[in-house]
Every structure is written in structure tokens, then in C-alpha cells.
Write a protein that binds this ligand. Sequence first.
Ligand code: PBG
Length: 325
Amino acid sequence: MYLQKRNRILRKSAAIRSLVAETVLTPNDFIAPLFIQEGHNEKTPIPSMPGYFRNSLDITVNEVKELYNLGIKSVLLFVKALDETKDNEGKEAWNPNGLMQRSIKAIKESVPEMFVMTDVALDPYSIYGHDGIVKDGEIVNDETVDALIKMSVSHAVAGADMVAPSDMMDGRIGAIREALEESGFTKTGIMSYSAKYASCFYGPFRDALDSAPGFGDKKTYQMNYANRIEAINETLQDVEEGADIVMVKPAMAYLDIIREVKNAVTVPVSAYHVSGEYAMIKAAAERGWLDENKAIIESLTSIKRAGADLIATYFAKQAVLLLNQ
Ligand code: PBG
């Protein structure tokens, strides 16, 4: 054959393949989510997330040091609230001495360079396991936003670099920005979960924090996975309201949304590679059906290729160890 163009030339060796690679993962791409619990020297395995743990604060602080030394610059904190602190309003969420507030302080004290982000939503604190306040069987928007404001400001007071509202209430980004401004937190940012879908892939996370909804589901606030244009509208609105970083969640089943959001906005885009996506790879690898390390790097590379500037993933540490090999 005489061919004008032979595409395999650029795939001939490892050297040329890496020279022309369009997408390269680095430790700067990752946000490491951390589950924190009360106690001392407590490391609790999460059955549906093999290899992942819910740790007491002392262990968490050591983990954060290790992550920072590996090159990971950001953590996203989640706490497991004690049952006796839960109510309908989620008041424990803005307790100045709550586990979240103590965790932010302890982490910023021991690793000040680590960029600390915090989950903002009422579900870990709600007796109903919902992200908002429940009235007559419904999740009420505006009262919930008032609670989220208090929660966000209390995280800022404790020293959080960025709050990450994951609740999907309307108007919360603008309201939180305004509250941070009014309280003088002009350097505290907002990473908005802008396009967060009502997804079955959050199952293992809800096991980790014991935060599954006690009744119904989250479909009246999280998005319908059938929708695409809605993701753009939600995201543009959050940018307008002051979000510094926007997010698409989950990631692997939503690569199309990540790309569209990336094309639509000029702020950094993050993607959340969620608990169920972690569990799927772990489960298949445990059975010997997938090469775990290859599946991790391929998945994360696809999320970045789709347009994510940042990836929140339970594989952050494992991926960096693999990249460093
Ligand atoms: C809470 C929250 C959830 C996740 C992040 N923040 C669960 C939910 O919305 O039910 C899911 C993360 C994961 O599955 O890894 N609002």
C-alpha cells in the first residue's frame, strides 16, 4: 500500500506515545476526600469501599501529612456525626466545637499548606439523612439555605480554605458568598457541586457516613440523570452567584456533562469520582476481573480528558503512588 498518512507512526514506541500524549495526570489534579469520626486511634474499614477507612482525627492528621508529602495539595472533609447530635435542622453542622470545625483547625495547624475544602450539606447531621430541613415530608429550600450559610461561615471561622456545598438547594451559592463577605471571609472560596445528579453511585458513601435518606430519595433536589442542558443552566447560575470552582458529579457515567460544562464556563471544573465508582473498580479487581492499577489510571485519565481540571477521588493516594513509580 502507498499511504499518505500512517497514524501508527505516533504509536510506535512508549517514547513517542508519551511525547504526544494529550492528557497527563499529576498529583495537582487530585482532591482527596477524607471521612472523619470521633475517637482516638480509630480506623474503621468501610465494607463497600475496600481499602478506604473512616478515621479519628489523630489518624486523619497523619494521613494529611502523608498526602501532602506525596504531592496532594487538597483534601475534602466529611464527618460522621454522632447519632445523639442529629436533629431536623442539622444544628450540629455549625457547632463551633463540632467534629468538622475541630478537624479543620487541627489539619490547618499541622499542615497549613494543605488546601482544606469542606462538605456543606445537612445530611450527616439530619435525623432524616436528607441534605436539607424536612417539613411535612418535603425538603424545604429557603430555611435550608439559612442553615447552610451558618454551616459555611462556621467552617470559614475554623479556617477552611474553601467550602463545597453539595446539597443542590436553589440560591445557596449566592447566599453563602454574601454571608462570607459580610463576615469578612474574603479569602474563603466556594466549590459548588453545580451539576450533582441523583445517583445510585453514592451508595457506599452513605454507608461510610451512615447518612442514607430515612425516607424517599434525593430526586427533588439532585438532578435527573436523563438531563444534559439542565447541568449547563445549574452551572452557569452557580458561576453567576460566585462559585470559584464548579463540579460535575458523578464522573465516569457523566463524561459528556464534564465536557459540556468545561466548554461552557471559564472557571475551573472539578469532577467527583464517587464512592460507587471506586467500589466498582475495587470489586472487579478483587475478583481478578480487572487490573486495578490500570483501571485506576485509565479512569482518572478519561475524567481529565473529558475536561476536569480537578478530580475528587478515593484513589488520589493510590494514583499518586502509581504515577511516582
Ligand atoms: C452529601 C454528599 C454525598 C456525596 C458527597 N456529598 C452523598 C449524597 O448526596 O447522598 C457522595 C460522595 C460519594 O458517593 O463518593 N450531600
